[in-house]
Design a protein around this ligand. Sequence first.
Ligand SMILES: [Zn+2]
Length: 333
Amino acid sequence: MCIFPKRRSNIIKGLLFIVFLISGNFSLIAEEAISNYKVYFAVGNFKNKTIFVIRQFEQAGKKFYLGVDPDNLETLIIPSDLISPETTGWPQILIRYNNTSYERAIEAANKQSFSLQNSGIIHGFPKAKGITLTIDLCPSNKPLDRIIFTKLITEFQKSEKPVPIALSITGRFILNHLDDINWLRDLIASDDISVTWINHTYNHHFNPKLPLKENFLLAPGTDLNFEILETEIALLQHGFLPSVFFRFPGLVSDHKAVVKVIEYGLIPIGSDAWLAKGQPIHGGSIVLIHGNGNEPLGVHDFIRLLQSEKSSIVKKEWLLYDLRESVGNEFQL
Ligand SMILES: [Zn+2]
C-alpha cells in the first residue's frame, strides 16, 4: 500500500519545515493563524543591536514583532517578551537614524519616484563582476519556471551555496501554486538557495486596456493596506520571512504611490536590466526576469547568460549578490 510512504513523506516534510523555521531564527508555528497584523513603528535593542520594529501581530496567543536591522537590512521576527521597543513615528525614525543604510536607501528611492516606470533602487553595489537577481512571481495560471532554479543550483554549486535569489512574490501566486511554494521551501531548507522575499502586492491588478497612470497599483480604488499587509501575512503563514523590499507591479508608480509605500517602512526596488526588454547587464545590475511561466524570453536569455559566464562562475569571478547586501552596501556611509 502506498498510504504509509506518503504519510511518512509528509512527516519528513513537516520536520524539514520546523527545522527551517528554527534555523531562520524564526519561531512561528506555520499552521496557527496570524491575527491583529498591523503597521507599528518602534525602536528597540535586541541582541545588542538597534532594531526598527515595523509590524506587530499575534499568533497562538503570543505577540510578535517584525523588525529590521537598519545597517544590514535583514528582517527578523522577535517575540514581544524579548524586546521592549519604544513606540515612535515613521518620520522620527528617519530623522533620528539618518546615517543608516536603511534610511539612506529610502531617501534614494524617494528621490527616484517622479516617473511612471521603474522608480526606486535600480542598481546595487558593484563590488566585483556580478549581479543581483530578482525573479517576479506575478499571478499566473502557469507553473513556476523551475528550470531557472535548477540551473542556478547546478552552475553555482561550487562557488555559491546557497545561491542568493530575490523573489518578488504576490499573494495570489502563493495561493495558486502551493506545490511550487513547497518546492521552494525544500530548496531553502536544503540550503540550495536563500531567498529575499520582495512584496509584489497581493492581487497585482492589471488591465491591458487601461493607460499606465490608471493601471496596476495606480488603479482607482486600490486598497494599498490590503495589498501590502496581506502579502506579508501570506508569507509568514507559509513559513517565510518578509523583507523590507517592495516591487511595484509592472514597475508602474507615481510619486504619491512611492511615498505611501515608503510609509510602510518598505524600500521600492526597480531594475536596470529587465532581460526580456533587451536591457544590458552591468556589474551590480539588479536583473529582472519573470519566473511565472509568462516570460520565456527572459528565462532563455538568463540561462544563456549563465552558460556564457560558466567559467567565471567556477572561478568566483562572476557572482550573485544578496539583495539585502547589495542595497545595504550601496547605501553604507
Ligand atoms: Zn509583476
